[in-house]
Design a protein around this ligand. Structure first.
Ligand SMILES: [Zn+2]
Length: 222
């Protein structure tokens, strides 16, 4: 399959911006809906962690929008200000999603382990692949171009492994939210759509990389 470079750029931009717009729109929509239970993001996170025997995992507040994450090295769930103190459906969904990652680590969830294990390789590959590609083109060394493509493929593998990890964290979050009875049926489906929109950003990124890999392979063949 031949892929035009211009088309590749356009598709990548549309995918990236489309997914970003989607998550922002869905997040804001359900951020305006306070949960009927009145529980905050931080409180929901604490309860989910404790319910899974993770009283050793701490919760902290970080700056930025949608900057929420869990760090397995420090065992800390970091929630953005708009999630930490908020009582909205969006805040509870995101807070519990991050706790889903903490539960994965505690239970030795395999795709999560694989993802963490390949992080060092991938961060090296993502820094160096473009340089290898440019040098390969300038010096017209095909081996170097293929090395660049192999490095890029490592980045893509990382993005693909990220998908089950993200879906699984959301599944754990939604199961816990539902079981807790914090949300009404309508609010539950709102929480699900927030997490689905968040997952879409990872799918879009992986899809853009697949297209880029196809383009790079076509280029190498030429
Ligand atoms: Zn996640």
């Amino acid at each position: 399959m031949e892929l035009n470079y211009f088309a590749l750029i356009i598709i990548t931009l549309v995918l990236g911006f489309g997914a970003q717009a989607m998550i922002k729109h869905t997040y804001r929509k359900w951020d305006k809906t306070p949960s009927s239970s009145g529980i905050s993001g931080a409180q929901a996170a604490r309860r989910m962690l404790d319910a899974n025997g993770l009283s050793n995992v701490s919760i902290t507040q970080v700056a930025g929008e949608l900057s929420d994450h869990y760090d397995p090295r420090t065992n800390v769930v970091s929630l953005s200000a708009s999630v930490y103190d908020s009582h909205s459906v969006s805040a509870i969904a995101v807070a519990c999603h991050e706790c889903g990652h903490a539960v994965q680590t505690a239970q030795g969830y395999v795709p999560g382990k694989v993802r963490s294990a390949i992080v060092p390789v991938v961060s090296f590959a993502s820094n160096i692949w473009m340089l290898a590609l440019i040098l390969g083109i300038i010096m017209s060394i095909l081996g170097l171009i293929y090395l660049a493509i192999a490095l890029f493929a490592a980045v893509l593998i990382f993005q693909l492994v990220t998908l089950p990890v993200e879906f699984n964290a959301s599944r754990r979050a939604l199961a816990f939210i539902q079981q807790s009875g914090w949300l009404t049926a309508g609010e539950n489906s709102g929480a699900a759509s927030v997490l689905r929109a968040a997952a879409l950003t990872y799918v879009a990124a992986a899809l853009a990389s697949v297209l880029q890999l196809i383009y790079l392979l076509g280029m190498a063949r030429r």
